[in-house]
Design a protein around this ligand. Sequence first.
Ligand code: IPD
Ligand code: CA
Ligand code: CA
Length: 271
Amino acid sequence: MATRSALINVMVKAANKAARGLKRDFGELENLQVSRKGPADFVSAADLKAEKTLKEELSHARPGYGFLMEESGGQAPSDGNTRRWLVDPLDGTTNFLHGLPQFAISIALEERGEVIAGVVYDPIKDELFHAEKGGGAFLNDRRLRVSARNRLGESLIGTGAPFLGRGDSERFLGEIDSVMQNTAGIRRWGSASLDLAYVAAGRFDAFWEWGLSAWDIAGGMILVREAGGYVSEVNGKQINLDSPSILASNNNIHSDLMKLLRKPLSNQRAQ
Ligand code: IPD
Ligand code: CA
Ligand code: CA
């Protein structure tokens, strides 16, 4: 059994504590599907509660580290620290709200722009993905490795679609048009951190999405890298936490997928 570092233990402990609340609230939701406003308010309260728990736990264990949290924003590191937690307390809010068991807590640690550790925890399936720079990626205690597929035709690709009028739906239609014609299938599961964890676990061969934030991708990025995969922007440029897009893959299909994503809508559809 792999021994977890003190740092990973801190992250896991925080994730477990917040997960207990989320699981309870997810169970409660079933009784709350009565009004339109009710469940949405309830979910945002669950989200805020989870974030508060994570902040308390992490700052207690590592005083002076900074924060970038989805709900409460940023807090610079103090006492000469250069490290910052990047936290999404509930990644997959829409799934949670609709009673779909596909969501996660994502915690990453960044130092001078580089992600050095990540934990993505799916409380419903009790799947704990974790990685530390140079130490490999794990699902619970099993070492992870990206898939070995090298043919697009056999590859399963995860993505995220624009919603509520945000993002560039025209570009997305062009992308799925070419990806669906050349791969074994596309999945849109609604939790970017888990999508990335699935690339690390070899369940997806690749994943791409536009418009994500640092807290959505930081934890998953290190999982993919430590599992032997490759992460860039969709156009192949080097990625950073503020990049407009992400393309993560098993490395083997990276450049072929990049070419597909560049193709405009097929003539047929464009007419
Ligand atoms: C969302 C999920 C989803 C992605 C969205 C994100 P949230 O995060 O990761 O898969 O498509 O763009 O905003 O809002 O559930 O934390
Ligand atoms: Ca998110
Ligand atoms: Ca969120």
